[in-house]
Design a protein around this ligand. Structure first.
Ligand SMILES: NC(=O)C1=CN([C@@H]2O[C@H](COP(=O)(O)OP(=O)(O)OC[C@H]3O[C@@H](n4cnc5c(N)ncnc54)[C@H](OP(=O)(O)O)[C@@H]3O)[C@@H](O)[C@H]2O)C=CC1
Length: 322
């Protein structure tokens, strides 16, 4: 089969389209014929191997998994011996540890759910990592309730475009922060208010928020804290903060030097859960959430897709069609 393969960490040019052996499903696995696979900043970090902390999980000297990619949607091609809930021909979407930038990927059955009937394979592939992060940040970490004020930075990006819609579905009053070119997009996602960051710094206005999901983290954490209500929660979610240990140092510094309480500062790492993907499938089916697709690239241009994602100016999701 064809796959985008990387033998070392580095810039997008390390990705090469190669012929590799098709994987075989283990007892609890499903072999998916990949229709589409989305990519996001996390894939970019794993490809470059920076911050270096990612190498603890993905291989110290070179990537343990030669084929990158986590999110996918496609058709079941074969199932392992223990799998009864899925059959060849079923349309599924979900996530894998790696290996989705390929014609076929082997994925544990628990990581997959059926594609809602109203969704294309490209739309479905756009969902898992970014929408799960948005859902978990807003529901599990911030416990957003109806009537609360929620501010989302990077509202036009992969996570932000889902977060705006999910916060609205939870009944919050939502403010999206984006640049001039994306104001209409963010409003169309349901944001009650839009702050154009090229004109206004949300940390310098009078408005206070119960929850801030900061997907960009360009302002100092202490400045963002001023935009919180006294019982508000800030969720820093950019993954930025230094070449070596990523966001960790920044968070420790904020806790120690800026006097954030546990309630006020809640960094998190999303953990993919099937139940949450089913929740998202419901929100997608009822039209409360619709993926925003920025661009699609063919598999042979996966390097260009990662290059574009790495630049940090996507509008919604970038999807690779296979
Ligand atoms: N915690 C977790 O488990 C997860 C964390 N993440 C992290 O979430 C972060 C966001 O991911 P994702 O949404 O996919 O990123 P994107 O690259 O898709 O989003 C970038 C968006 O942010 C906008 N933007 C850039 N600068 C600003 C600014 N100063 N203020 C407001 N918006 C701005 C850009 O718009 P414009 O071009 O107009 O500036 C663009 O639309 C990433 O750092 C990623 O690592 C992602 C998934 C899971």
């Amino acid at each position: 089969m064809r796959a985008a393969v990387q033998h070392r960490y580095g810039p997008p040019s390390v990705l090469e389209l190669s012929e590799v052996r098709r994987p075989l499903p283990g007892r609890g696995d499903v072999l998916v014929q990949v229709g589409a696979a989305s990519v996001h900043p996390g894939d970019y970090f794993v490809m470059t191997g920076e911050p270096y902390m990612v190498r603890l999980a993905f291989g110290l000297r070179r990537p343990r998994h030669g084929i990158p990619g986590r999110d996918l949607a496609g058709v079941v091609a074969a199932v392992g011996k223990d799998i009864t809930a899925l059959r060849p021909g079923d349309k599924v979407f979900g996530w894998s540890t790696a290996g989705t930038l390929a014609e076929y990927a082997c994925v544990p059955a628990d990581n997959l759910v059926s594609v809602p009937a109203n969704l294309s394979v490209v739309d479905a592939a756009a969902v898992p990592t970014s929408a799960l992060a948005a859902l978990q940040a807003l529901r599990e970490i911030a416990n957003v309730r109806p009537g609360q004020t929620v501010l989302v930075t990077g509202a036009s990006g992969g996570v932000g475009s889902f977060a705006v819609q999910i916060a609205k579905a939870f009944g919050a009053e939502v403010t999206g922060v984006c640049s001039t070119r994306n104001v209409d997009l963010v409003r169309s996602l349901g944001a009650d208010h839009v702050v154009d960051y090229t004109r206004t710094d949300f940390t310098r206005t009078e408005k206070r928020y119960d929850v801030i999901l900061d997907n960009v983290e360009v302002q100092p954490l202490a400045a963002v804290r001023r935009a919180l209500t006294p019982t508000g929660t800030l969720i820093p979610n950019s993954g930025r903060g230094g070449r070596w240990i990523g966001p960790l140092g920044r968070i420790v510094k904020a806790r120690v030097l800026s006097g954030f309480t546990r309630q006020q500062l809640k960094p998190f790492l999303s953990v993919e859960k099937r139940q949450d993907l089913l929740t998202l499938a419901d929100l997608l089916t009822t039209g409360q959430v619709t993926p925003v697709i920025d661009r699609t690239y063919p598999l042979g241009e996966a390097a260009d897709a990662l290059r574009y994602v790495g630049a940090g100016h996507t509008r919604g999701k970038v999807v690779i069609t296979v």
